[in-house]
Design a protein around this ligand. Structure first.
Ligand SMILES: Cc1ncc(COP(=O)(O)O)c(C=O)c1O
Length: 344
């Protein structure tokens, strides 16, 4: 059996989720008549501490609708240099919203508030208006790093002073919340809007939530329709999402424990170096000492039934999730020790 550590997006819906899809009460969501969608959106708004929420097809769609709703073409938005919104969304912020990115290098995903303030544009005919600040928590390319609450607070205070909204890409916000033993609303209180993924660690097959105040969500709903995201009897995919949100959060600590276990195991293989502080469910491994490219490393792993992804020419990302057990993590460690200790 393949041990798939490529991403927490690979999880399959649980029995209970599949049954909930089958039994879901349905209606036309474009008319606001799908009870299952409405129940999920109400619950999500409550959990996220916002007035309203919108079910969207993916994390990318949620982030893009946020940018489209907050900004006008010709605006500038501030984001972290390796944030998903900048790095992995195929330049959608420029292609769709027509905004210019202003990137800031973070420390473990956290932008220095002083750098954020310095990047905010003033009144000058030559410069664009800063219309949005984007945060990401946990930060994917920083190895699932938790952006500290006091960092979010400091940036939110600045944004409030300059009357600039803050959008949080919280694709893995629940991982941060569980790791710090805090409700997610402790994080979202420092944001104007937030996107969370139901389909990553929480195990739902499809979907994300965008949340904010009622007026923002009314306008976001229109953007979703423009983008072709009005989904009719969408309760079939919202039903698993409700279970994800209400029953799958606390168990994320198991994924975090498995990631720690993997980190410890890998630290005993001298040719491999774990480069991130493992806060949540992601382990980043530098393979430079092996003197082989990431592609070859991944092929060798695949030969042993283990999947991971390249995060650079000599960097590999391993992500733990619901469909990977502690026993499988132990198998990964022992197979990697056999494969790569010869290089030491
Ligand atoms: C931090 C972050 N934001 C957004 C996304 C996009 O989510 P989706 O794949 O549902 O579009 C991802 C997906 O990996 C992510 O890691």
């Amino acid at each position: 059996m393949v041990i798939d550590l490529r991403s927490d997006t690979v999880t399959k819906p649980t029995e209970k989720m599949r049954k909930a899809s089958y039994e879901a009460e349905l209606g036309d969501d474009v008319y606001g008549e799908d009870p299952t969608i409405n129940k999920l959106e109400e619950k999500a708004a409550e959990v996220l501490g916002k007035e309203a929420a919108l079910f969207v097809t993916s994390g990318t769609q949620g982030n893009q609708i946020a940018v489209l709703t907050h900004c006008q073409p010709g605006n500038e938005i501030i984001l972290e240099e390796e944030s998903h919104l900048f790095y992995y969304e195929a330049a959608a912020i420029s292609a769709f919203a027509g905004v210019q990115p202003r990137t800031i290098k973070g420390n473990r995903g956290a932008m220095n508030p002083a750098h954020v303030e310095a990047a905010i544009r003033g009144e000058d005919i030559h410069v664009p208006e800063t219309s949005l600040i984007c945060l990401e928590n946990t930060h994917n390319r920083a190895g699932g790093a938790i952006v500290p609450l006091d960092n979010m607070k400091a940036i939110y205070e600045i944004s409030t002073r300059y009357k600039i909204p803050v959008h949080l890409d919280g694709a893995r916000l629940f991982n941060a919340a569980v790791a710090l033993n805090q409700p997610v609303s402790e994080f979202t209180k420092y944001t104007t809007t937030v996107q969370i993924c139901l389909s990553k660690g929480l195990g739902s097959p499809v979907g994300s939530i965008l949340a904010g105040d009622k007026d923002f969500i009314r306008r976001a709903r229109k953007w979703r329709k423009r983008l072709g995201g009005g989904l009719r009897q969408a309760g079939v995919i919202a039903a698993p999402g409700y279970i994800a949100l209400t029953e799958m959060v606390d168990r994320l600590s198991e994924d975090h424990a498995n990631a720690k276990r993997l980190e410890e195991g890998i630290s005993n293989i001298s040719a491999l170096t774990v480069v991130n502080h493992v806060d949540t469910n992601i382990v980043l491994v530098d393979i430079q000492k092996l003197n082989i490219p990431a592609t070859e490393f991944l092929e060798k792993l695949k030969g042993e039934g283990i999947l991971a992804v390249a995060f650079g020419p000599s960097m590999i990302r391993f992500t733990t999730h619901y469909d990977v057990t502690t026993e499988q993590i132990d198998q990964v460690i022992s197979k990697m020790s056999k494969l790569f200790s010869v290089y030491a």
